[in-house]
Design a protein around this ligand. Structure first.
Ligand SMILES: Cc1cc2nc3c(=O)[nH]c(=O)nc-3n(C[C@H](O)[C@H](O)[C@H](O)COP(=O)(O)OP(=O)(O)OC[C@H]3O[C@@H](n4cnc5c(N)ncnc54)[C@H](O)[C@@H]3O)c2cc1C
Length: 393
């Protein structure tokens, strides 16, 4: 719990971006008082979707001095991926040719616990169970208010405030900034208990008329099964349980191969798995608004840019922005801070642009479904226009 009311930095959000930023800051500025405000009462234990980490993350984990800790974790090297995307013919890809290495399928909760322990050992303070209520800047000091579950008010202040609240960008929105809502993509997913016999380490991705699938086994002996569809898709009504998702997946030959071999629907656990829905579409902060915002404010991770899961880049981006943000927040004087901030914004603009053009190229792939609403909307569409706009900055 918090020890005093004034800090050097307040970070709102104890996800990967907020935690990585806190650790980076405290490694550079050990004497700083860093407070992390989190709406949840404690770090959650339930499995969480988002398990692919690219090999390029190694350098960021090394900079966080967490590479050894990561290696001790129960993470698995990524195997091959196979996709029926551009056509119904499966295309294989292995990670061996990636100069950064194949990357990992991580135990996501253990990964976040590693970051949390890494922040705790450097002495940051935490305010758990306190969703942000308001943030006001006055005379270069942020006044932040939160209410806990007993409706008790807590006030904190610091010259620097960081939004690490994920997709919702709750701090930035309170300051009047907006995020684009290009895409109403939803992810319906379930964690299926894996039998010990399931030793298939392959990531399987399949496009269909209404969206796209993936399945992969995680290090926790759970198999993620995920379907990405439009929020307005009529299929949503038919998809209410993990069993229904599983039954639908069986119509996809690429996925059915693994399920037929190792699983035993409908007389099994898979039929009882809970189905979760999460918004999953691209959502990007207006970088010009960030640039023009009060100097003591910054955003990192999904709060700044939320990527489509097809990119598998969200965690990397969380760690990368947490690294880049330190040069802004720990700048020695006002001018250096302003320069670093401009550079941060320019870097993020370039990242958005590259991301949008890759995303657009990816969604152009399944031409065989171009007449279906899901693909028509994405093949037409907004990301391309946004890419053009971004290119003109
Ligand atoms: C379906 C799906 C699949 C994905 N798959 C992958 C993948 O394979 N690989 C990958 O790299 N990425 C993946 N991602 C993305 C990845 O999960 C995110 O990019 C990553 O979690 C972003 O970290 P973050 O810290 O920015 O945000 P979050 O992880 O969202 O953390 C934000 C934190 O802020 C807290 N918070 C929110 N609002 C408030 C508030 N008002 N006050 C206080 N606290 C608040 C939240 O409780 C949370 O703890 C996937 C995402 C989805 C939706």
């Amino acid at each position: 719990m918090a020890k005093s009311l004034k800090w050097d930095v307040i970070i709102v959000g104890a996800g990967p971006a907020g935690l990585a930023l806190a650790r980076n800051l405290l490694l550079q500025q050990p004497m700083w008082r860093v407070l992390i405000i989190e709406q949840q009462l404690a770090p959650p234990n339930a499995p969480r979707i988002g398990e692919s980490l690219p090999g390029a993350a190694r350098i960021l984990l090394e900079k966080l001095d967490l590479w050894q800790a990561f290696n001790r974790g129960n993470h698995q090297l990524r195997g091959a991926a196979v996709a029926t995307w551009d056509s119904a013919m499966p295309i294989w890809q292995d990670g061996l040719r990636d100069p950064q290495g194949p990357g990992w399928h991580i135990d996501r909760r253990a990964f976040e616990r590693m970051l949390l322990d890494g922040v705790r050992e450097l002495g940051a303070d935490f305010a758990w169970g306190q969703p942000l209520h308001s943030a006001v800047s006055s005379e270069s000091l942020w006044q932040v208010k939160c209410f806990d579950q007993n409706n008790e008010r807590h006030s904190y202040c610091a010259p620097i405030l960081v939004d690490a609240t994920g997709r919702g960008a709750h701090v930035a929105r309170k300051l009047g900034m907006t995020k684009s809502k290009d895409d109403t993509l939803l992810c319906a997913h379930a964690f299926l208990p894996s039998p010990a016999t399931d030793d298939d380490a392959i990531m399987r991705i399949a496009a269909d008329e209404q969206g796209w699938w993936y399945t992969v086994k995680t290090p926790l002996n759970l198999r993620v099964l995920a379907y990405h569809l439009d929020a307005k898709s009529p299929m949503r009504k038919a998809l209410q349980t993990g069993g229904q998702l599983y039954a639908m997946a069986m119509a996809q030959p690429l996925l059915a191969t693994v399920f037929k071999k190792y699983y035993a629907y409908p007389n099994s656990q898979e039929a009882k798995a809970t189905l979760f829905y999460r918004p999953a579409g691209t959502s990007l902060m207006d970088i010009n608004a960030l640039k023009a915002s009060v100097p003591g404010f910054l955003a990192v991770g999904d709060a700044l840019m939320t990527f489509d899961p097809i990119s598998s880049q969200g965690l990397f981006h969380a760690l990368a922005t947490a690294e880049s943000a330190v040069s802004v927040l720990a700048a020695p004087d006002v001018q250096a801070c302003q320069n670093a901030r401009n550079q941060y914004c320019a870097e993020m603009q370039a990242v958005s642009q590259r991301y949008l053009s890759h995303l657009q190229a990816t969604y152009q792939g399944p031409k065989r479904f171009a007449h279906n609403t899901f693909w028509r909307n994405r093949q037409a569409s907004l990301p391309c226009e946004r890419a053009a706009v971004l290119a003109s900055y």
